[in-house]
Design a protein around this ligand. Structure first.
Ligand code: ZN
Length: 111
């Protein structure tokens, strides 16, 4: 279950220039920078031991101009793109879900 989610994230930051169709009118060509979902490590030191924590960054769009056809702003386009692609649980919610599931399994196992 963990790997299924994690394989989507690369360990390296990667971005790509793309020209996409406006999500609102489908006619305007929009230049965007697409940032792939990636994870990074945060190292924190707790009493001489260092602890590595994974950080998940969801895919992201940087919109460079507003739509020349319908005039939607960069912000509106960005939000539409990101919501369209991130219609799912945040990583924290996923962890909560896993924990809950794990807990249920534990409880079931005790019967
Ligand atoms: Zn448009």
């Amino acid at each position: 279950m963990m790997t299924e989610v994690e394989e989507k994230y690369t360990e390296r930051y990667k971005e790509e220039q793309r020209t996409i169709e406006c999500p609102f009118c489908g006619k305007g060509k929009i230049d965007v920078t697409y940032v792939y979902p990636y994870m990074s490590w945060n190292v924190s030191r707790i009493s001489a031991k260092s602890k590595r924590t994974k950080f998940y960054h969801d895919e992201r769009y940087e919109v460079h101009k507003k739509c020349p056809e319908c005039g939607k702003s960069r912000k509106e386009i960005k939000e539409a793109l990101e919501q369209g692609h991130t219609k799912r649980l945040s990583h924290e919610d996923r962890i909560k879900l896993w924990k809950k599931r794990g807990l249920l399994l534990v409880l079931a196992g005790q019967n």
